[in-house]
Write a protein that binds this ligand. Structure first.
Ligand code: BES
Ligand code: MN
Ligand code: MN
Length: 458
């Protein structure tokens, strides 16, 4: 039976590529309200694909962007129920000038498809819809029950998804979750990701004088908000890369010797990594390898800061305010909510006299690390080996997918993070792309996964 599916997949390559291109043409940028209509258009497109695959498909309104679901539950009570998650929203395409071809005009060069969302997450997400469609169109059934939940707010923190899932706790009860929104370890080295970092995101504004002032007439008589903010931010980290927010490392799970060994055993060329990033030296928390720093240690970053005059040429002012966007990456057992408060208090405590501070929280999600010894991870491993010709390595990654912690809290299930992308796919950057081999390989691995999970049972 599986052979039929595989034959069908090979025949459908060009139609699958057409579907991917059609979805990539829709500029579903969730962060920018100017794109709200396109976000909805992408939701409708996904709903249509789920329906055409043979699932019961629906759009669910939220206070933000809609959630799309698709269900097929005729595999029987003994077959596992799999919740497949993905996101149809994308990051803003900026800076647009740096794209070789326009971000929403998908273009194929060198076996890769270039467009915003190609790898994150439209291309990866579609692999599961297309593989399910292949089973339903050829065999007429799937070896597992499936519930697809495809959201439109992942790139802005998934703020409405937890409520939606909590409200459907009974309807979407499942045995395992599947997500393709991560990366392979390297080209030709497929991976299963068993841990992700959490995140907290916020913004701080330091306010000084009630208007921009002439820096000759008034400079020296009031605290400069940009300097005040710089001083505050400068205290976030010491020279050894340790974050100085009180309590930041409380409860952080230490890496075990075994895990450190497994990280160290993965092929990694530090010099090449450094050259690729174009820096003269790497920097991070003392006592940890680059891989450990990226996957398993918490961080604090300033994502952007502004204030005063940023246009061309000089301007002699003391600005009236300064703003910074801050994110922390979190590891188990840090609490995103509690640490957001600690960060706010830390900034407030370090606010220079004469200034005022405003603090805004954007989103937060806890980290999650899975136990990989169960049968579902084995099934995923078999499926990947079948499609990519290589056994996957087990890795952790530093990025965040907020819902992964929620799946474990609400449904008590593990999530199989099966990335078909590459870290070199320029996700969130200009010239984002997705290798077509990995797109087709992902569809095949997904099709095989339903078979393996069905055979493995609950
Ligand atoms: N797909 C990424 C997360 C990711 C990328 C995980 C690569 C592992 C490897 C996801 O779309 C993403 O960008 N998430 C955001 C979090 C969100 C709350 C804004 C992130 O990690 O910045
Ligand atoms: Mn993503
Ligand atoms: Mn992303």
């Amino acid at each position: 039976m599986y052979d039929q599916v595989e034959t069908f997949l090979n025949e459908q390559r060009s139609s699958h590529l057409d579907i991917l291109q059609d979805l990539l043409r829709i500029p579903s940028v969730s962060a920018d309200s100017a794109f709200a209509g396109s976000v909805r258009e992408a939701a409708n497109f996904v709903r249509q694909q789920l329906a055409e695959a043979g699932m019961e498909a629906a759009i669910h309104e939220t206070p933000g962007h809609p959630i799309v679901t698709g269900e097929w539950r005729k595999a029987g009570a003994d077959a596992p129920t799999v919740l497949v998650y993905g996101h149809y929203d994308v990051q803003p395409p900026d800076p647009i000038d740096l794209w070789t071809t326009p971000p929403f005009e998908p273009t194929i060069r060198d076996g890769k498809i270039y467009a915003r969302g190609a790898t994150d997450d439209k291309g990866q997400m579609l692999t599961h819809i297309l593989s399910a469609a292949a089973w339903l169109k050829t065999v007429g059934r799937l070896p597992v029950n499936v519930i697809f939940v495809i959201e439109g707010e992942e790139e802005v923190g998934s703020n409405n998804l937890d409520n939606f899932l909590a409200a459907h706790k009974k309807d979407y009860a499942c045995d395992v979750a599947v997500v393709s929104d991560t990366s392979m370890y390297a080209p030709g080295i497929p991976a299963i990701t068993y841990g992700l970092r959490g995140i907290l995101a916020c913004e701080v504004t330091v306010k000084g004088p009630n208007r921009d002032l002439h820096s000759g007439v008034f400079g020296g008589s009031v605290k400069n908000p940009l300097l005040a903010l710089s001083e505050m931010l400068g205290k976030l980290q010491d020279d050894n890369g340790r974050i100085q927010i009180p309590g930041f490392y409380d409860g952080v799970t230490a890496l075990t010797a075994d895990e450190r060994d497994r990280f160290a055993a993965l092929p990694f060329d530090e010099g090449e990594f450094q050259r690729d990033l174009g820096v003269k030296a790497l920097f991070g928390e003392e006592g940890y390898s680059t891989t450990e720093r990226r996957w398993a240690r918490p961080t604090c970053d300033v994502n952007g800061m502004y204030g005063g005059y940023t246009g061309e040429g000089p301007k002699t002012i003391v600005p009236s305010s300064a703003t910074a966007k801050i994110t922390c990456r979190l590891v188990p057992h840090q609490d995103a909510k509690a640490l957001t408060e600690s960060l706010k208090d830390f900034l407030q405590d370090n606010l220079p006299q004469g200034c005022e501070m405003e603090f805004r929280t954007y989103h937060g999600a806890d980290a999650h690390v899975f136990d990989t010894s169960g049968p579902f991870f084995q099934s995923a491993s078999e499926a990947i080996k079948h499609a990519f010709g290589k056994e996957p390595v087990f890795i952790r990654e530093g990025g965040s997918i907020p819902v992964v912690a929620t799946f474990s809290e609400i449904f008590g299930v593990e999530t199989l993070l099966l990335g078909w992308g590459l870290n070199s796919d320029n996700l969130h950057s200009p010239d984002e792309h997705f290798s077509l081999d990995n797109f087709y390989g992902g569809i095949q691995a997904s099709a095989r996964l339903w078979q393996e999970l069905g055979q493995g049972g609950k």
